[in-house]
Design a protein around this ligand. Structure first.
Ligand code: MOS
Length: 766
């Protein structure tokens, strides 16, 4: 059988599929260390209170208890650094959200730790909480952050929006509300810290960003970064929920391990996880859009307010992404978008697939439909008139020189869904009864979106990646990167890129677990950046090794190294296959004492961005998508059933088309949850539905027919033309569904989720 080398663009099987399906993979909850203790966190029951006293004596005296710690036991800085340095590891003097950690318990067994945690006596003096985001922004006296409870304010503006509105033929204005969303990853948060000789701390756990965790643990313990080792363990889903948050559980176990000199394990229960882990930011979006009668978008004015919760975490960067994506993938010359990330006494919000953009895209895409309605124009046609084309400038005035697949996605989705007939056909339109005379009305809706790939101007200092690769004398290859496999398929995609570049069979490669001691700081696994960034680093290191090996052959044959290449595990000279195999070449390199270990390093080009107007190059490249939703609405109950989603995504290059399809399907289902079901219900800051029985996510029964269409507009700076797209499958789904429900019912919808109550009420109000 000929070797499987050139596999970019081929749907090879996931390299981790067999172990995962057999149950052979070890997750953090499966791992056990000798003398390991179990941790439980004591948490605040109040959204805002002063801590009067903490009495740990009774808890410390309980059976099996080895340590009970509070803020005063932190040897370094009591701080988990993210963007700002406002969040303590353990509350000191005041608590700012329900579930904020106050004390830590470590005991011989989990049950003992749990009993002791309940025996920690904390006396609180309750204070009035700020729970509403608009109230918090304007509150005259209660201060959570700074002078005005605003973590961050951004203002994107150019042109003269007011003047432009005056020249518009139609203007539509709405205020939108979107809820918090829970990540609902299958594996809850979990960490183990193991103290090691030489005053070092080794942390293992479920996470996206080992380098963030290292920073957090080093800060809390007062250790140099080089004395903290973080090893990524198999992670059962993350979706942004394991971006910044794992530094907290890592800090708890590290602190307990530091004091007890024993390994300490902490695994969150599901209700604890939902109650205290970060959420997608709830948002309020005011939007005013104006167009001329020929359907040209002329002016946009928006105010985007996100509820950041008690601590800033990633809110300033989430806000940046939201503001940049607020208007969508359209040309518009006169724009003013204000963004505010506001502190409240609720659980801190953080990263979640889309990172501040799904909220504002919901508003923007409802606005585009509102404009189309006001102009009696087909919403697809309106978008077609305004969508970005190659050479156009985005709303931040960034010229797009290449890889603009916006129109291609719109055309593909429109054709595949039968948009024109369904949108215009009277049986699809309100108030026509459904064709079969039942109580259902049907509708079709669409959204067009774009998504800046990578960290962008908001995180440029972290935009680099490393890769390590080593070829053993038997021809097997181990390699490592600093980004992580979190279920998205990174291991497989990087293996394909490595195999294709080196010219060696995919089965020879082993991607080692991500570990802070193995590769240089490669930034976080977020922002749909792993394929492009680590992919490039892998391509670079594999090229380095291949060139070294080819040079060895060239030396033997006294010829130009440029004439030699390695392909299908054979050495080729001047385009002709020679007798020399991959194994022969490795042996030759050994004789010539050529090192077959190398490091690759990649950083994207500098982005020039003016923060005073939020103008310039926000991201190196953009991915594009069109989603079309077909729905049936039950007129008696208001229940929405999604019949079909057509999703066209411009991904640059699908390194593994089946994995791309998997991302589209998974993201679509998560988007359906955001559109129809998911709502974190709180009462006085207490989450009322921290269980999968009450926090409703889609099940297999709710999944419609999903038609995924892959568009490839290559990105010259990406590996084999790929640009990331892991997040965007979720982002355009909710507005497409909302637009379809509006099409079916003839009503305006401005809030998510579209629960039966909300839809029924709209249908039964004038
Ligand atoms: Mo992601 S939401 O950029 O972790």
């Amino acid at each position: 059988m000929s070797p499987d080398t050139h596999t970019v663009g081929v749907s090879v099987a996931r390299v981790d599929a067999a172990e995962k399906t057999r149950g052979a993979e070890l997750y953090i909850a499966d791992m056990i260390f000798p003398r390991m203790l179990h941790a439980v966190v004591v948490r605040s029951p109040h959204p805002h209170a002063r801590i009067v006293s903490i009495d740990v004596h009774a808890a410390r005296a309980m059976p099996g208890v080895v340590a009970v710690l509070t803020a005063r036991d932190v040897p370094g800085e009591n701080c988990i650094p993210v963007v700002l340095r406002d969040q303590p590891l353990l509350a000191d003097g005041v608590v700012r959200y329900v579930g904020e950690p106050v004390a830590l318990v470590a005991a011989e067994t989990y049950a003992q730790a749990r009993t002791a945690a309940a025996a920690v006596q904390v006396v609180y003096e309750e204070l009035p909480p700020l729970l509403d985001v608009l109230e918090a922004r304007a509150h005259p006296s209660i201060r959570i952050y700074g002078e005005d409870n605003v973590f961050s304010h951004l203002w994107l503006h150019h042109g003269a929006a007011e003047k432009a509105f005056a020249a518009c033929d139609v203007v539509v204005e709405n205020t939108y509300h979107t809820p918090m969303q829970e990540h609902a990853y299958l594996e809850t948060q979990g960490m183990i810290a193991v103290p090691e000789p030489g005053n070092t701390m080794h942390v293992y756990g479920s996470m996206q960003c080992p380098f963030y965790v290292r920073e957090g643990v080093a800060t809390v313990l007062g250790l140099p970064l080089a004395r903290v080792q973080v090893t990524h363990t198999t992670t059962g889903g993350a979706f942004g929920g394991k971006e910044d948050f794992p530094s907290l559980p890592a800090g708890y176990v590290a602190l307990l391990a530091y004091h007890t000199r024993r390994p300490v394990k902490l695994i969150y229960t599901r209700d604890e996880d939902i109650a205290v882990s970060s959420k997608r930011h709830a948002a309020v979006i005011y939007a005013r859009h104006g167009a001329t009668k020929d359907g040209v978008l002329r002016a946009v004015e928006m105010t985007y307010t996100i509820n950041g919760g008690a601590y800033a975490t990633l809110s300033p960067v989430v806000l940046f992404r939201g503001v940049v994506h607020a208007v969508g993938p359209y040309r518009c010359d006169d724009v003013s978008v204000h963004g505010y990330a506001v502190a409240t006494h609720t659980v801190p919000a953080g990263a979640f697939r889309g990172f501040g953009s799904p909220q504002v895209i919901f508003a923007a895409e409802r606005q585009m439909d509102a404009l189309a309605h006001a102009l009696t124009m087909d919403p697809a046609e309106l978008r077609e008139k305004n969508l970005l084309r190659q050479g156009d400038a985005t709303v931040t005035r960034q010229r797009l020189p290449h890889s603009v697949g916006a129109h291609a996605t719109l055309t593909a989705a429109r054709d595949a869904s039968g948009w024109k007939d369904k949108h215009n056909n009277s049986t699809w339109q309100h108030p026509a009864p459904a064709p079969d005379g039942t109580r259902y009305v049907r509708g079709i809706g669409l959204s067009t979106i774009y998504y800046g790939v990578g960290l962008g101007a908001g995180g440029e200092h972290m935009a680099r990646t490393g890769a390590h690769m080593s070829i053993a004398h038997d021809g097997s290859v181990d390699f490592a990167v600093g980004t992580t496999e979190i279920g998205q398929g990174m291991k497989t995609v990087l293996t394909q890129i490595a195999a294709t570049t080196l010219g060696v069979d995919v089965s020879r490669f082993t991607l080692l677990p991500s570990d802070t001691t193995r590769v240089p700081d490669s930034g976080p696994t977020v922002a749909s950046r792993a394929t492009t960034m680590s992919g490039r680093a892998v391509e670079i290191v594999a090229t380095t090794l291949k060139e070294r090996m080819c040079a060895a052959a060239a030396e033997k044959w006294s010829c130009d190294p440029a004439t030699i290449t390695l392909k299908n595990e054979m050495v080729w000279r001047d385009g002709v296959q020679t007798e020399m195999s991959y194994h022969d070449l490795i042996a030759l390199c050994a004789t010539q004492r050529v090192s077959l270990t190398a490091t690759g390093w990649h950083h994207p080009p500098h982005l020039s961005f003016d923060w005073s107007c939020c103008c310039g190059d926000a991201y190196a490249v953009y991915a594009f998508a069109t989603n079309i939703a077909e729905v049936a609405v039950d007129c008696d109950t208001g229940e929405v059933t999604v019949l079909r989603i057509t999703a066209a995504h411009d991904v640059g290059k699908a390194v593994n088309p089946r994995l791309v399809q998997g991302q589209i399907e998974g993201g679509t289902v998560q988007g359906i949850g955001y559109a129809l079901y998911e709502d974190v219900v709180t009462q006085n800051g207490v989450i009322q539905n921290p269980h999968f029985s009450t926090y409703i996510i889609p099940t297999a029964a709710d999944i419609p027919e999903i038609t995924s269409l892959i568009i490839e507009e290559p990105y010259p700076d990406g590996p084999y033309g790929a640009k990331g797209f892991g997040e965007q499958p979720l982002m355009g789904v909710a507005p497409a569904i909302a637009n379809a429900v509006a099409h079916a019912t003839g009503k305006n919808f401005t809030a998510l989720p579209l629960t039966p109550e909300r839809v029924w009420n709209a249908m039964n109000t004038e």
